[in-house]
Design a protein. Structure first.
Length: 265
């Protein structure tokens, strides 16, 4: 398996002088996802937690309804990168062929390769409303997230996605050079576990696709450290999701579903 960090030489200039040294930078490489022998997507990905990534991508994109439809998975090294070869049930594969599309992905990619405008209209089933958290839980998650990101601590070049319990304690974190990939890795890990109640925090803006991916996996509340887009707000409202933006020290804004966030008694 390729390394996730690579040492590179550099010339570093600071305060009027410079020197040659080395730096540790995050690795990104092409990872192809194939289903029953058919290539479907190629994403630029950090080579960590790839089984989680494959499952999370598959469920959040509506290819699989859950881990029970994933029959097998192999990670194969290819000359240009990696292939995640998945075997899925006949029903899931038939559904994939019906809505066949090709993604030419990259780390900032959101809707690459959709074949028609109609392909953007996917909205998950409305979410339940079982979660209630305090504003202080969001602040606790924000305060502790950075120290729960080991890859970011070394390279400074990755996004993170975290699952937090209702009091804001971080339970699980996944990292990747791409914000969508980090979220897919987290969602894949959650699909395999008995996660209980909680919410997701991401170290990025909240885009349309981040909302759709989270909603497809039953996430009731998505909090982002940066701004949401207008379409993300619209889709969160349609899905019945609570969407939080600008989650920073001492502040955050609830754009939809504020009934799930309340002042601590």
């Amino acid at each position: 398996m390729p390394e996730r960090i690579e040492k590179v030489g550099r010339y570093q200039w600071r305060d009027g002088s410079g020197e040659y040294d080395t730096d540790e930078v995050v690795v990104e490489l092409p990872v192809a996802l194939s289903y029953n022998g058919i290539s479907h997507a190629v994403m630029m990905t950090t080579p960590t937690d790839l089984a989680d990534f494959a499952l999370g991508f598959s469920v959040s994109e509506g290819i699989l309804s859950g881990p029970q439809q994933l029959l097998g998975l192999d990670i194969v090294e290819r000359e240009q990168g990696l292939e995640i070869a998945m075997e899925i049930t006949a029903g899931a594969f038939a559904g994939l062929k019906d809505k066949r599309r090709t993604l030419a992905g990259r780390s900032g990619c959101g809707l690459c390769g959709k074949e028609s405008l109609e392909a953007l209209s996917f909205t998950p089933a409305p979410l339940p409303s079982t979660l209630t958290i305090a504003h202080q839980a969001l602040q606790l998650a924000q305060q502790t997230l950075q120290r729960e990101q080991p890859l970011k601590a070394v390279t400074g070049g990755v996004h993170g996605a975290a699952w937090c319990d209702p009091d804001g304690s971080i339970v699980l974190v996944r990292e990747d050079v791409g914000r969508h990939n980090a979220l897919d890795k987290l969602l894949g890990a959650l699909c395999r576990s008995d996660r209980g109640q909680g919410f997701v925090v991401v170290t990025s803006r909240a885009s349309y696709e981040m909302v759709i991916k989270a909603a497809a996996c039953g996430v009731e509340l998505l909090a982002a450290v940066s701004a949401p887009t207008a379409l993300a707000v619209e889709q969160a409202r349609a899905a019945g999701m609570s969407l939080v933006g600008y989650l920073q020290q001492g502040r955050h804004a609830v754009y939809t579903g504020d009934h799930r966030v309340e002042d601590k008694k």
